[in-house]
Ligand binder design. Structure first.
Ligand SMILES: NC(=O)C1=CN([C@@H]2O[C@H](COP(=O)(O)OP(=O)(O)OC[C@H]3O[C@@H](n4cnc5c(N)ncnc54)[C@H](OP(=O)(O)O)[C@@H]3O)[C@@H](O)[C@H]2O)C=CC1
Ligand SMILES: CC(=O)N[C@@H](CCC(=O)OP(=O)(O)O)C(=O)O
Length: 353
């Protein structure tokens, strides 16, 4: 339940990154939130609004180092930090009654061996990991409501899992689960705000490239979830791409319909599954979703296609990688964990053009 009269004291570790500033944008106008602590090691003492002028008049805090910030006075702390940071501070905060939502991968993969092989570090607190919940609300709503630690899903996995969920859950045998393809594209903000050659304007603009074809850490995350949902092995080919836009993610998912499922009305299946979900929009048959239709909003849109009525199912899934793919989904998780309306602070319409 929400602490102290439905107000939640929130801390953010990593307030100067792209997901950190997106959390600030969403939480500054959240009706039940008091922003209490915001950290940056490099910008200690700087007023938040000096770094992010869009927050002038909305956020009057200064950044402070994680050591100085009163994180233990918060009801919940968001970690908008690189992988490996939250897991080293989780136990201490939990012991003080603070709940944790990690936007990195420390609490996503339940298999520590898989975590260690992809993230190249030992897991610092397997006992905390064991009690954490994968924060995909549309999949784990009841568990998240009771969770003390939530691993917020990766951006690509959010699109791929929500795109496939209606096909795999409930023991359904509708598509060939051994040969699913997810062809995904991300805007450059997906790589974060840190300086890197690959995200320079002259490298990333006027260019379009695949990366991580031999293996990307989001594939095991997707497979762990899909295999739990399907109750058996799932064969997934996942190829991410970098596209020259700032925000936005587009996953095109291909699944072969099984002979015995050819009579299925897939449009109806998706519409029924997501009918009560505030943030998943199943578009009318034949639609072509665009990333700009979700820019700045927590909405994820899915279009279901079956060209020529044949056996190839194609799912087009769009989201804003920084909102439903990160900070918005994290706020959705917080709302559930504190008994608040799931859409509190999240009713934004995308900006066009
Ligand atoms: N960008 C995206 O679209 C998505 C990102 N994510 C995940 O969210 C997390 C944050 O991503 P993003 O905002 O893009 O990253 P950024 O690189 O933009 O920001 C990282 C932030 O973490 C702080 N930080 C870095 N190292 C440490 C540390 N050791 N201890 C405390 N604070 C630290 C930085 O500030 P300072 O160094 O000053 O302390 C900075 O504020 C990552 O794990 C990322 O994988 C998840 C989904 C989507
Ligand atoms: C465009 C781009 O570089 N995207 C990032 C993934 C986005 C992300 O932050 O995912 P994690 O939280 O799992 O790291 C990448 O492929 O590494």
């Amino acid at each position: 339940m929400a602490a102290s009269g439905s107000r939640v004291k929130v801390g953010i570790v990593g307030g100067t990154g792209y997901t950190g500033v997106e959390l600030l944008r969403l939480l500054a106008l959240h009706p039940n939130v008091d922003l209490t602590a915001i950290t940056s090691r490099k910008e200690d003492g700087m007023p938040v609004a000096d770094m992010f002028p869009n927050l002038r008049g909305y956020v009057d805090l200064c950044f402070s180092t994680p050591e100085k910030a009163a994180l233990d006075q918060c009801d919940v702390v968001f970690f908008a930090t690189p992988h490996g940071v939250a897991m080293n501070q989780a136990k201490e905060l939990l012991d003080k009654g603070v709940r944790i939502i990690d936007l990195a991968a420390d609490f996503r993969l339940q298999d520590t061996q898989v975590f260690e092989s992809w993230y190249k570090m030992p897991h610092a607190c397997p006992e905390v990991l064991a009690q954490s919940v994968y924060g995909l609300v549309e999949l784990n709503r009841a568990k998240i409501a009771k969770a003390r630690v939530v691993g917020n899903p990766g951006c690509y996995p959010t699109t791929v899992i929500l795109g496939l969920l209606p096909l795999l859950e409930g023991g359904r045998k509708l598509v060939d689960t051994a040969h699913i393809i997810a062809d995904s594209k991300s805007g450059v903000s997906g790589a974060g705000r840190k300086a890197e050659v690959a995200t320079l304007f002259s490298e990333a603009s006027d260019n379009f490239k695949a990366y991580g074809v031999a293996g990307h850490r989001h594939r095991p995350e997707v497979c762990e979830q899909l295999e739990t949902i399907a109750g058996g092995p799932v064969g997934l080919t996942f190829v991410p791409h970098l596209v020259p836009m700032i925000r936005g993610m587009f996953s095109t998912i291909y699944a072969r319909i099984l002979p015995e499922a050819m009579d299925t009305d897939f449009q109806a299946l998706f519409e029924q599954r997501y009918a009560n979900e505030a943030f998943v929009d199943v578009m009318p048959a034949g639609s072509q979703p665009e990333t700009r239709s979700v820019r700045g909003s927590n909405q994820l849109r899915i279009a279901v296609h079956r060209p020529g009525g044949g056996d190839q199912l194609i799912l087009l899934v769009v989201q804003d990688n920084l909102v439903k793919g990160a900070a918005g989904q994290a706020v959705q998780n917080m709302n559930l964990m504190f008994g608040l309306p799931e859409d509190a602070g999240l009713r934004h319409i995308a900006v066009l053009p």
